[in-house]
Design a protein around this ligand. Structure first.
Ligand code: ADP
Ligand code: MG
Length: 630
């Protein structure tokens, strides 16, 4: 990497200067020039790095016996010099080698695309906390410091000490520093305006507010000022709501309270203690890319791995928190995590209990659950499609508006099934942009006329999920616009007006329609489900037209697929327009043809799948001219 070669000689003969990787230079520019509020978060970021370094060392020392000076206390010390405007933080953690200094404090692990940084920059102006969430917390030191010095020695045998120095603008230097103790000391020379961060009362307040839960003693001067509790190991009755909230803010770098707190322990089939939080915001919805997992793995309060992949299923990546199990080996590696049977068991227990917990929340507090569902429901749907093991549990957590719910209220599949009338053997849903659009469309009337409930899906993802689920408690789930919908015949009082076309004429009419529409339609048939609409388009098979549209857009790009050719046109043989059309086809065939084409296009519009409106507009204009008597 070009950024790793020295660019210029410096004062000390041994010191080498480096340029920051372009992305880091950008981050620094943002930090130095555009972040003015909540600067105090730098304290939390540096303490959290120190704690990470201590956790790593503790872990190493447990799996490799006899590391040099392994008896040094694991702790963090903050030292202040008001006169010289100095903030200093020392840890006895894992330290860094020269190469690690370059890699960790000069480059960014993220792909570092411009768009990512732009988003972070915009986000950070609103909420400085983002800087920590995006793995660039160290650089927050430059919000308050003119110059930052990092002195460090790695825990490894025969490591040398090194000094890293920078003013945050463009370059940094690394100089051998001889015989340093294990760990890292970071010194901030504060800006004039930020001298407050060398004051005892100020720092004390910040640490107790943001870093109270750090797993190692934090000293300010000679005094230990944090309470070290592994909150997850305490019993629920001993924990106050406020402590959960503080712990959440600490562990998730979050500014607010969690949406849900799930504190759970078990003895069998595996001993575990877990404290998991659901955040109120879903960063994926803001275009920040895929959320990284945020649950730490502990064994008897010792961190084994921070945020490992593969601990919980991917679709639970929105959770933040801790899982602790004394049954785990300390030296489990990231690679072996996914194959570990123990982890599999652990995960299964937690996921099932968590889903059960969500189910209870949905019962007890539907409004809150609705908020959760709106922000994080996407993850449940993803799980339902991907994770066969938990599919039934996840299906119970789905929620939809329905023809029998009040607007804005949601129902579960369970509720739907429980109020199905005798004889109904399927669960119906229909997609549309809004409730009003669905209720004005042709599909619903048949169900309304028979008092059958229909679930509304406003997002095509829901159609995909329901299609994938296929059935719930042995009831098939099908789209209301599917050709497989079979509804009981309506008992109507026959009048001359609503009498249907005789069967032979209806059959001949269908044949004529198919001939007229040609390849644009798959088939034409009479339908018993319609009431007030003359016709509707249904799909072949159980797929919904929304799914049909999704499949179409996945095909050849640029080529506008003719959606209609997969559809069945169902006509209402009782409708006056259909009867009139049947009369016109033998009396004014040219006009009848125009009307038939228009009728068909109307059904495609209602189904949301008309792909090319041009011929429709032309024809419509001709019909308008005719209607206007021209
Ligand atoms: P993050 O902590 O999210 O990885 P940071 O920007 O805060 O991002 O830190 C970058 C990296 O620098 C850390 O991942 C770690 O490898 C290294 N680092 C920072 N502070 C320390 C420290 N006190 N001791 C050892 N390594 C550190
Ligand atoms: Mg950090």
């Amino acid at each position: 990497m070009t950024t790793e070669t020295p660019v210029q000689p410096t004062d000390s003969p041994d010191s080498k200067a480096y340029t920051f990787q372009a992305e880091i230079a950008q981050v620094l520019d943002i930090v130095i020039n555009s972040l003015y509020t909540h600067k105090e978060i730098f304290v939390r970021e540096l303490i959290s790095n120190a704690a990470d370094a201590l956790e790593k060392f503790r872990h190493e020392s447990l799996i490799q016996k006899g590391l040099p000076d392994s008896d040094r206390a694991l702790e963090i010390r903050v030292e202040l010099d008001e006169e010289k405007k100095i903030f200093r933080i020392k840890d006895t953690g894992i330290g860094m080698t020269e190469e690690e200094l370059q890699r960790n404090l000069g480059t960014i692990a993220h792909s570092g695309t411009k768009s990512f940084l732009k988003k972070m920059a915009e986000g950070a102006k609103e909420d400085v906390n983002l800087i920590g969430q995006f793995g660039v917390g160290f650089y927050s030191a430059f919000m308050v410091a003119n110059k930052v010095t990092v002195e460090t020695r790695s825990f490894q045998n025969d490591s040398q000490g090194y000094r890293w120095e920078s003013n945050g603008i463009g370059t940094y230097t690394i100089t051998p520093a001889g015989d340093l103790p294990r760990g890292t000391t970071i010194t901030l020379e504060l800006k004039e305006d930020d001298a407050e961060y060398s004051k005892d009362y100020r720092i004390r307040d910040i640490i107790t507010r943001f870093s109270n839960f750090v797993n190692f003693p934090v000293f300010l001067g000679e005094e230990k000022i944090n309470t070290i509790t592994a909150l997850w190991t305490k019993s629920k009755s001993q924990i106050e709501e406020k402590e959960y909230e503080e712990f959440y803010r600490f562990i998730a770098n979050a500014p607010d309270e969690p949406q849900f707190t799930f504190h759970f322990s078990a003895d069998a089939p595996i001993a575990l203690q877990s404290l998991l939080f659901v955040p109120k915001t879903n960063m994926e919805r803001f275009g920040f890319g895929k959320t990284k997992p945020g649950v730490d793995l502990y064994c008897r309060k010792v961190l084994i791995m921070k945020h490992p992949e593969g601990l919980l299923p991917d679709w639970l990546r929105f959770l933040r928190g801790v899982i602790d199990s004394e049954d785990l080996p300390l030296n489990i590696s990231r690679e072996s995590l996914q194959d570990s049977r123990l982890i599999g068991k652990l995960s299964k227990v937690i996921v099932s209990r968590f889903l059960k917990f969500l189910g209870e929340q949905a019962e007890q507090n539907p409004e809150k659950y609705k908020e959760f569902y709106a922000t994080n429901g996407q993850f449940l749907k993803e799980g339902l499609v991907q994770d066969f093991m938990h599919r039934d549990e996840l299906a119970k957590l789905l929620r939809f508006e329905s023809s029998k719910s009040e607007p804005g209220k949601m129902v579960s599949l369970q509720e739907y099934v429980s109020r199905m009338a005798e004889g109904q053997d399927k669960i119906y849903f229909i997609n549309g942009p809004t409730r009003a659009a669905i209720e004005a469309g042709p599909y619903l009337e048949a169900f309304a006329a028979r008092d059958i409930e229909v679930l509304y899906t406003f997002d095509s993802i829901d159609d995909f999920v329901l299609n994938n689920l296929a059935n719930f408690q042995e009831k098939a789930i099908i789209s209301a616009d599917s050709g497989e919908v079979e509804l009981p015949e309506l008992k109507e009082v026959e009048t001359p007006e609503n009498a249907p076309l005789p069967e032979d004429r209806a059959a001949a009419f269908c044949e004529w329609l198919k001939g007229t529409l040609g390849d644009h339609v798959a088939s034409v048939k009479t339908s018993k489900r319609l009431k007030d609409s003359p016709a509707l388009a249904s799909t072949e098979g159980t797929m919904s037209s929304t799914m049909q549209r999704m499949m179409m857009t996945m095909g050849d790009e640029g080529k506008q697929a003719d959606a209609g050719k997969f559809m069945t046109l169902e006509i209402n043989p009782r409708h006056p327009l259909i009867k009139k059309l049947e009369f016109l086809r033998t009396n004014d065939e040219a006009f009848a043809k125009q009307l038939a084409e228009q009728l068909y296009d109307n059904t495609l519009i209602a189904a949301g799948i008309l792909t090319d409106p041009r011929t429709l507009v032309q024809r419509m204009n001709q019909l308008l001219s005719k209607a206007a008597g021209l």
